[in-house]
Design a protein around this ligand. Structure first.
Ligand SMILES: [Zn+2]
Length: 100
């Protein structure tokens, strides 16, 4: 995940999600994509049906033993504005002065 779209912080067995606010001056595609990512990151269901799958106990233990990172997978539908590639492109277009 790019820092602009949020960040995951790991401290021992604790995980924190740092999520951007929804920028009110952004184009609708950016606002909607960020809002949907916030919904799934906080345990809700995206309008496309995607949910964050919590890592299993075995996955958490494995990560703790090996010092590896847990990868949390959220599978949005391909036409969802929260898809990383779609949202990243919308943010870039907005930052470049377009995307309204
Ligand atoms: Zn979605």
């Amino acid at each position: 995940m790019s820092r602009e779209l949020g960040e995951t912080l790991h401290v021992r067995d604790r995980v924190a999600y740092v999520l951007p606010d929804v920028p009110h001056d952004a184009p609708a595609a950016v606002r909607e994509g960020i809002a949907r990512r916030r919904i799934t990151a906080t345990g809700g269901q995206c309008p496309c049906g995607a949910r964050m799958r919590r890592p299993s106990r075995a996955e958490r233990r494995q990560a703790q033993r090996t010092g590896g990172q847990l990868v949390v997978d959220v599978r949005h539908e391909s036409d969802c504005p929260a898809v990383t590639a779609t949202l990243t492109a919308a943010v870039r277009m907005w930052r470049a002065g377009g995307g309204r």
